[in-house]
Design a protein around this ligand. Structure first.
Ligand code: FAD
Length: 323
């Protein structure tokens, strides 16, 4: 089923729709652990789960394999990320044909970041230069088979953020107009980049609505699980961090447990504020860990560990090995 239908069904039942994102682990042990974790997490009935496509296509075979197992073994509606970086059209089509053959109907269509060592994105020969090209191609080649999701940037894409104050109004508006083009070309859902200032996200949603973007805009929530990781991600994505968050983290930054507990508290408060604005979809960047995202959902009353009577399903060994 397409992600848009999963979302609409969840919303029609007056529910809150949530989803979990994972990335391909680096080790074989990590891969086995990931499937165990997914088993435990899907018991809580996320609308869908997604798996990232390693930067520059570095995990393509592994991502394809994991997506297949998620859809057909873990039995969760799966969305696979796909980027244009280092991918001539034939390779993109190989990937799309593989996921289609595996019964996966959902793609997060992305341009991708420049490969390691390059500052700017360069279109390879026979490749696409932006996510819009990929969306158009998927629609032209596969019709309505795939449900397409695209990325949205509440603070504008990092490439156009040129100062501490953020993107200029002009750059922000250009980014929004381009996002609308992706939706007009066939994307049905937007998942956002992480943010820590909820007001910025809410403003982004209303600005999207003003220019006629009508599809679900799903906030990407990344709980702070570790101080160094938080600094790395916010610097990479040029994310604004409100002063009160910096102040709360400063005295506890060396205490991992305290940082994680604060991350759950902050994530819960952010989600509460979003839900209070009648946005009832939440996308949780799990970073392949379960405690923080499940902690937030539990605080929100969206999952209840005591009601889980279903035993974890038995499944055969995954047999996914890194090459
Ligand atoms: P695009 O939508 O193509 O946009 C990139 C920038 O270029 C924007 O500023 C846009 O305004 C501008 N632009 C591009 N084309 C045009 C045009 N024709 N006209 C005007 N402006 C244009 N990266 C990975 O490698 N693997 C992943 O799995 C992955 N998952 C992600 C998931 C989410 C939810 C998000 C938010 C990001 C993810 N990324 C991932 C990172 C993403 O690949 C990078 O942010 C990348 O630099 C941009 O990808 P995009 O699809 O947003 O690009």
């Amino acid at each position: 089923m397409k992600v848009i239908d999963k979302i609409n069904n969840g919303l029609a039942n007056n529910g809150v729709v949530f989803s979990f994102e994972f990335f391909p682990p680096r080790t074989e042990e990590g891969i086995d652990n990931l499937f165990d974790r997914m088993d435990r997490m899907v018991v809580h009935q996320p609308a869908f789960c997604d798996i990232t496509w390693g930067a520059g296509g570095s995990t393509s075979a592994l991502t394809l394999d994991i997506a297949n197992k998620m859809q057909n073994m873990i039995c969760v509606e799966t969305m696979m990320h796909l980027t244009c970086t280092n991918m001539p059209v034939e390779k993109l089509e190989d990937a799309l044909n593989t996921v289609k053959a595996n019964g996966i109907q959902n793609i997060l269509a992305l341009r991708g970041d420049p490969p390691h060592g390059q500052d700017t994105f360069v279109t390879i020969e026979g490749g696409f230069s932006c996510a819009l090209d990929l969306v158009k191609h998927i629609k032209a080649k596969y019709g309505d088979y795939f449900g397409i999701t695209v990325a949205g940037y509440p603070e504008a894409h990092p490439e156009v953020i040129t100062s501490e104050a953020g993107a200029t109004e002009e750059a922000y508006r250009k980014d929004l107009a381009y996002l609308k083009e992706k939706v007009d070309a066939g994307a049905e859902v937007i998942v956002t980049q992480l943010f820590y200032d909820t007001d910025i996200f809410l403003k982004f949603v209303s600005n999207c609505r003003e220019i006629g973007i009508k599809c679900p805009i799903v906030p990407g929530i990344m709980p702070i699980q570790n101080y160094k990781g938080f600094l790395r991600m916010t610097s990479l994505c040029k994310t604004k961090v409100p002063e009160e968050i910096k102040a709360a983290l400063e005295p506890i930054k060396d205490n991992e447990e305290a940082v994680r507990a604060y991350g759950i508290h902050l994530g819960t408060e952010m989600c509460k504020k979003i839900l209070a604005h009648d946005i009832r979809t939440l996308h949780l960047y799990s970073l392949n860990l379960e405690k923080s995202v499940l902690g937030i959902l539990q605080n929100l009353g969206l999952i209840d560990f005591s009601k889980i009577s279903r035993p974890l399903p038995w499944r055969p060994p995954t047999n996914i090995r890194r090459n």
